[in-house]
Design a protein around this ligand. Structure first.
Ligand SMILES: *Cc1c(COP(=O)(O)O)cnc(C)c1O
Length: 426
């Protein structure tokens, strides 16, 4: 008998995990513990293999243990794992980032997406000398105190969109507005625009499930913030290097003042980055009065993995990812129809969510009306068939280049069987 990792883990780690959604609680089962991963697969500690559509929640766009990445890591490790001093590779990574995100005229690297958004908000407040910020309901920007207001991702899954331990005074300056609602946003900006330091948005919402933006919504965010000298942050931690070569800002043709990155930019190691207009970024220490730092920021291993990843992601790569995404979406829609289940598959490129809903989902309120119990049964039916999707109805599924059409065919078959299974034992 194998030992039960989970019950043992719970004796040491809070809830047995180091990040809440990993506990699978909303799915009514114990989490799987991963032993290893390769390409599109992960194996658990009992050697069961799964086709992995979590992809570490976004970073693994090349698939697991890609030879280019492991080679880059091995080479970097032999030269030392951290110096706390600048390296040339950090400059090379910044160059690769700016080629794709020309709006990021100056860049600062961090160790997580949370640090990137937290620092970008501080910088925006320092630049505008204003305090108030706007975010959107169901969006998630990491576990930054002031942004844990009606937050998505794990907070939504666990039903705690507002966190205990965040003093009301910390969030008093945060306004949370409905996603995709240009009118509500315009009204607030008309009334209070000159008090708002910054607006932070996921340009494709991914942390309440995938919700594509109305182009008009993003355009209004840009024109209204410009009009009131409010800064606009695109939180591209998930969408950067995912939805297009140059991220959502290239896809939609809208340039924010500041951009936050994470996930793919670290190639599976802990990295974040933020950047934007030079005049704003140069307010950061050591050039300016806004303090920001990190012992492991620009860590040589993380930078090596990030750089190797970006070098594999060329413009044509995104055509392949789009084709694979469309293939999976079509398969899901066909199987849902055959099973007679109302399903909406929302997708941008290689990120998608299957909602148990009759109609398309545009905001957090609509997300909350989807059938999450049905989702849990679907999740478990898929897991039994060796397909691992995020253990939450409010998360994006991620494809990688290792998810070939033949792998995706197997996924579609498993999804078809799972749809049948969950309609049968209603
Ligand atoms: C994942 C995510 C974050 C947080 O990044 P961490 O590295 O988990 O701190 C922030 N914003 C968005 C849009 C994300 O998807």
């Amino acid at each position: 008998m194998m030992k039960n990792c989970y019950s043992e883990a719970c004796e040491y780690l809070v809830g047995g995990v180091n990040s809440p959604v990993r506990a699978f609680r909303a799915m009514g089962r114990e989490p799987i513990f991963v032993a290893r991963a390769k390409g599109p697969y992960v194996w658990d500690t009992e050697s069961r293999r799964y086709i992995d559509l979590i992809g570490s929640w976004g970073p693994m766009i090349l698939g697991h243990a890609h030879p280019k990445i492991t080679q880059a890591l091995r080479k970097a490790a032999e030269k030392g794992t951290s110096y706390g001093l600048p390296t040339w590779k950090e400059v090379e990574l910044a160059q690769e980032i700016r080629r794709r995100f020309p709006s990021m005229e100056r860049i600062r690297m961090t160790s997580s997406g949370t640090e990137a958004t937290m620092s970008a908000i501080r910088l925006a407040r320092g630049f505008t000398k204003r305090e108030r910020i706007i975010k959107f309901e169901g969006s998630y920007h990491g576990h930054v105190d002031s942004l844990l207001v009606r937050a998505g991702s794990g907070a939504a899954t666990l039903g705690t969109p507002d966190s205990a331990g965040v003093p009301p005074s910390f969030v008093a300056t945060t306004l949370s507005l409905p996603y995709n609602n240009a009118e509500a946003f315009k009204k607030v900006m008309n009334e209070q625009g000159e008090t708002i330091a910054v607006v932070i948005v996921e340009p494709v919402a991914g942390n309440m499930g995938v919700i594509p933006p109305f182009l008009e919504f993003l355009k209004i965010l840009r024109t209204e913030t410009e009009r009131h000298k409010t800064l606009l942050i695109f939180d591209e931690v998930m969408t950067g290097f995912r939805v297009a070569w140059g991220g959502a800002q290239e896809l939609f043709g809208i340039q924010p003042d500041l951009t936050c990155l994470g996930k793919i930019v670290g190639g599976g190691l802990p990295v974040g980055a933020f950047g934007g207009r030079k005049e704003i970024m140069e307010l950061l220490a050591p050039l300016g009065p806004v303090y920001q730092a990190g012992t492991l920021s620009g860590n040589p291993l993380a930078v090596a993995a990030g750089l190797a990843t970006l070098q594999e992601l060329r413009r044509p790569t995104y055509k392949i990812l789009e084709k694979r995404g469309a293939f999976l979406q079509k398969g899901i829609e066909k199987k849902a129809q055959e099973a007679g289940i109302p399903v909406i598959c929302q997708r941008v490129g290689s990120m998608l969510t299957v909602f148990f809903s009759e109609k398309p989902i545009h905001n957090y309120e609509e997300v909350q009306q989807t059938e999450t119990q049905r989702f849990a049964r679907f999740f478990n039916a898929l897991l039994d068939r060796g397909v691992l999707i995020p253990p939450s109805a409010f998360e994006a599924w991620f494809l990688s280049l290792a998810h070939t059409e033949s792998i995706l065919k197997n996924v579609v078959e498993a999804i078809g069987e799972s749809f049948q299974e969950i309609t049968q034992n209603l």
